[in-house]
Structure formats: C-alpha cells, structure tokens
Ligand binder design. Sequence first.
Ligand SMILES: [Zn+2]
Ligand SMILES: [Zn+2]
Length: 410
Amino acid sequence: MNIKILHPCPQCGGEVSLEETDRMLACPYCRVRLHMTSEGPFRYALNVAKPQGDLIYLPYWRFKGIIYRAVSFKIDPQILDATMLALSGAAAPRSLGLRPQTLPIKFAIKTLPGAFSRPDMIFDKALTQIEKQVATIKKPEEEFEKAYIGETASLVFAPYYLNNNTLVDAILNKPLGKLPDASADAIKSTLVENPKWEPKFLSAMCPYCGWDLKGDKQACVFVCGGCRTAWQPQGKKFKQVAVGTIVGEGEQVVYLPFWRIEPEVEGMELSTLADLIRVANIPKAVQPGWDKIPFVFWIPAFKVHPHLFLRVSRQVTTSPFTGEIETVTPPSQTYPVNLPLAEAVQSLKVVLATFGKPHRTVFQRLPKISIKPKKAMLVFAPCAVQGSELVAQELGFAVSRQALIAGKDL
Ligand SMILES: [Zn+2]
Ligand SMILES: [Zn+2]
C-alpha cells in the first residue's frame, strides 16, 4: 500500500497530495509540473497535529518492492512492504506497522517542529532483518540468486517524546517505558535540528526545445513531443536517454517501453544470437551470421506483477527482434516508463535463470555468473489494443490492460 504525502506547491503554496511513488508534483491550483529528486533517500515524517512537548523523530527504513529469489530451481517472487527501525541500539518499536499508510505524512524538513535522529543502520542491514522476519514463516530453501526490483527505499521518521528518559509514543501519547541512561544518551547524541533534507524540484521542460516533457506522475524518463527525445532527471538537470521506436503498423497503437540491454556476461558463453539459441535450447537451427549478431535482453521499463514481468522478459528476450528501430520517441501515446534502467539491470540474472537450459545446471552456475550492461537503449514497442489486451506483434507478446493498471501500485 502506498503512503500519501502532503506538501505545499513550491510555486503557489497550495497543499498538494502526493503518492510515495510519485516523482512529479503536478499542482492542481497553479498547474505547474515539477519533477522531484532527493539527495539520498526521500525522507518523510509522521505528522503530530498538536505536540505536547519537544518532539524527537526516530528513523525507520521503509522497503517496498519485489524480491526475486532463485530457490530450488524456480524463481520465487515475493512482494515486500515493511518498515524497520534504523537505529541499532534504541529501545523503540522495531516496525511502524500500518501507521505510514494510515496517518498524515509530510516530507521531513526543517519547518516541522522537533529534532530528527540520524539513522545509524544502513539500508542493506535493515533489509536483511526484514527478510529474516519473512523467512521465519517460510521453510528454508537453497538460494542461488536474489534481486530486488521496483523497490522504494525511503526513511520514515516517527514522533516520540523523551520525558526524563521515558520514551513516549507521540501519536498515542502513550509511555513505552523508561530507557537506561546509556540508551537515552545514545538517542540524544544522534539528534539534529533543521536538517537540509528538502526534496529538489526540477521544471519538466525539454532542455532542447523548451516543450513540456510528458510522463505521468511516477515516470522516471520523460518524453518530449516537440523534438521527440527522452530525458532522465539526474541531480539538478535532465540527461538525455538513448531512445528508439520499433516501426509498426495498424491503428489503436499504444507504445510500451522496454530496456534493450546488450550485456557483458562472464561465467557463461552468451554474447551472440547463436549463443542464445544454445543457452535457451531454442528449437531453431542457428543461421549463418547469427554468431555476429549481439545477444540482447529485453526488460519491461514498466512495473507489472512479478510473474508477468518474468514471462514478458523471457518471451521477448528469447524471440529476438531484428527489425528496424528508429532513433526517436514514438509519434503517439506512450506508456509511462516507471522502472529505471538500474533496476532492469538487476533483473538480468533472474531472467537468464528463467530461460537457461537445463534449468538445474543454470541455477547452480548462477552464483558464478556476472552480467553487466554494455549498451542500453529505451525502446518503445507498438501494441495494438485488442479487447482487454495489448498485443505487441513485433515483439511477440500480449499483456492484459488490467495487469498494467494493477502494476502501477507495486
Ligand atoms: Zn501551485
Ligand atoms: Zn524537445
């Protein structure tokens, strides 16, 4: 479940409600569209309407995403949505439960009254602990590979009071117990006031031609309808993204985005189309010249349910497209890019595990295989709307429109 954040519009001051996955602030009052970035993770705070004393905010890592684990010769995707106290010593509740989803949230910025405790636990460690909690309900299996995809890692600060070393939950106004002096001092030593954690806002305008950049609120790549280029926010600027469009025919066309990634594979012979035929054991004779055509992965650049994500990646990667790609963005409606390249890259080994044959051997070799991207391009594939499905003729797959809608919340 997404959390909702309230933030004043930087241009007109009107209060805007944002979803945690939104990367665009679209103000309903003055109509400005601003892309949001953050140095480090986005930081939020649970809001206390009328504080009864000096507030201190303790940090919790929040993870929301999908873990793909290669276990016992199958891929086992699991959706995780959890919080974990980001202080190693503090005697405070370890998780926030459903509070982030049910209480008003703001960005953790200096206008909030109180002091913020700096986390002393890195995100990876918190994630390991979250996984351990999940693992206790499942029986242990041999794990060959693990990837986190579509993840949101943010910090949520929860309000407490520290009254004579008694920790008090500031939302329920409920004492949680007296802390040993050392623990209370440890918390006090991490406190900072007025942290400079404001999100940064970037005007969604094409750096080339000044046209409004298109992309929905969750998009991580924006498309310019004027000069047909694509842009990705990086720091305080937009950086151009290599882009292409598969030339297609027919009406009612929607363009779905894919990351076309030419990999450098170590630990397995997989650099050409001929290698793919062998690795995936595709019942096709290797044609002359195929040992010169580079092997590429095709990974959806949009969030969908994990099983569908794996199926589409496998289908498109193993039925390679060799037709024409024009190096511009599509002439008409594009589906938003909401899965960044970096996350698509993390999925490559898991995708390889779905098509490599024999399965058992490939799984066992996974820990010794490394895959790095050599070249990457964002490619839009035309899809025809056929009833409740989107059919991509050129790439040879179909997805239900309902699955795309459901995927946006992941
Ligand atoms: Zn505004
Ligand atoms: Zn432009």
